[in-house]
Design a protein around this ligand. Structure first.
Ligand code: URA
Length: 436
């Protein structure tokens, strides 16, 4: 088989066979195929797409490129949630202990900040001492004791995605529904979950900007996951303004603690309860979403979710006492406040601009080798739809140094818009696709 023939076949819009996809995936992982040929094929996929059969084959071939987590001997049900990426999205930190308190096991393998979107691993690592490089034994121990564990992808889990993702990142081939589907699903199946809930973010602050794009990705994740024998739910959710009131790394840990104590912002809690409810339904421990939501609210109300989170922090090496001590004060000394330029109603906080400004501040990375900072980000006093007086504080902004603040300021200013009358609040959950 010649790589150039396979590239030409995809370039002309034809469906590739499983052997042809296997040739590309294994050839790239082993180093036999050069990056320029794999890049050409990826670009052809971006323009020509893949059939459902090709997407399922690619997902399975990527999954088989490495090991699968061995969860044998631990009682399930194993259910996980995955978000396609947003700004201020700290849902995982609250959701995992919440649904674990309701009887699920959550084998959570998370990622780092990507582009303008935040990463669960970076947030967790802002807790002093917290480790996200668990080996299988430590992962299993957390799952057995607290019902959940949160770790990063190891070198042996889906190595094909590690290589392909890095290549896609620098060749303009990230935004492709079949490639995203195979990338996400191969990792999620490898971590051992039996059922999965996908939070497909939609809007200017997400990778999928329109409802049509988000629906196409949700449909693809649901269809491909089902074909791999998993119970799947896709929830399309709004990513127009940042979720909650805090965006950053430790700042989001702080807000997660607020949520676990029952004092979380309304939009964040609504989404967390809905996704949690679907996880309980997918795991077979709730009959329907209403019952699931009631169980999730009880897990927060009783303090059970908070206790599990604190136990997880200690188990994964975090200094829980220091975390609580730093709460409310772990802020970079480089900061500015942004005040309302006029009276009226806050009509918009553009999540994409806040996400990009966050990268300047040190919340995320420009290059994969850049460090991220725990004590930077945004604290909002207002949400979209709130009334504001001229000069009233909208947010405080913390950066790694002076130049980062200077770079972020125009973006933060441009992210805000005002109206003369109260704008309608956007629903957070837009659409739900269940294949249970
Ligand atoms: N997240 C992933 O893990 N893979 C993608 O391709 C996009 C988002």
């Amino acid at each position: 088989m010649r790589a150039v023939d396979v590239i030409l076949k995809k370039r002309s819009g034809q469906e590739l066979g499983r052997e042809e996809l296997a040739f590309l995936v294994s050839g790239y992982v082993s180093g036999e195929l050069p990056e320029y040929q794999v890049s050409a094929w990826l670009m052809a996929v971006c323009f020509r797409g893949m059939t459902a059969r090709e997407t399922a084959d690619l997902t399975e071939l990527m999954l088989r490129s490495g090991d699968v987590m061995n969860l044998a001997g631990i009682a399930g049900p194993f259910v996980d949630k995955h978000s396609t990426g947003g700004v201020g999205d700290k849902v995982s930190l609250v959701l995992a202990p919440m649904v674990a308190a309701c009887g699920l096991r959550v084998p959570m393998m998370s990622g780092r900040a990507l582009g303008h979107t935040g990463g669960t691993l970076d947030k967790l690592e802002s807790i002093p001492g917290y480790r996200t490089d668990l080996d299988e034994a430590a992962f299993r121990a957390g799952l057995e004791a607290e019902g959940f564990a949160m770790t990063g992808q190891t070198a042996r889990i889906v190595p094909a995605d590690k290589k392909l993702y890095a290549l896609r990142d620098v060749t303009g081939t990230v935004e492709s529904v079949p490639l995203i589907t195979a990338s996400i699903l191969s990792k999620k199946v490898a971590e051992g979950a039996e059922a999965l809930v996908f939070d497909v973010k939609c809007g200017p602050g997400a990778f999928m900007k329109t409802r049509e794009e988000a629906r196409a990705l949700a449909d693809s994740l649901v269809r491909t996951g089902k074909a791999m024998g998993k119970r799947i739910v896709g929830v399309i959710t709004d990513m127009t303004e940042p979720l909650g009131l805090k965006s950053g790394n430790f700042l989001e840990v702080e807000e997660s603690l607020d949520c676990l104590e029952g004092r979380g912002p309304a939009d964040l809690m609504e989404l967390t309860y809905r996704l949690g409810a679907w996880m309980l339904v997918a795991g077979g421990v709730a009959e329907g979403v209403a019952e699931g939501e009631a169980a999730c609210r009880a897990a927060i109300g009783s303090g059970a979710a908070l206790r599990l989170f604190m136990a997880n922090v200690r188990r994964q090496g975090g200094d829980a006492e220091k975390m609580l001590k730093l709460r409310g004060s772990y802020r970079s000394k480089h900061s500015f406040e942004l005040r309302a330029s006029r009276a009226g109603w806050l009509a918009g906080i553009e999540a994409y601009k806040i996400g990009v400004a966050g990268v300047y501040l040190g919340v995320g990375r420009d290059k994969t080798t850049d460090p991220v900072y725990p004590d930077v980000g945004f604290v909002f006093d207002k949400k979209v739809g709130d009334p504001v007086a001229a000069g009233e504080r909208i947010c405080a902004v913390y950066g790694k140094d002076g130049p980062s603040l200077a770079a972020a300021r125009p973006l933060v200013e441009a992210s805000l818009s005002y109206a003369d009358s109260r704008p309608e609040r956007r629903p957070i959950v837009l659409e739900e696709i269940s294949a249970l």
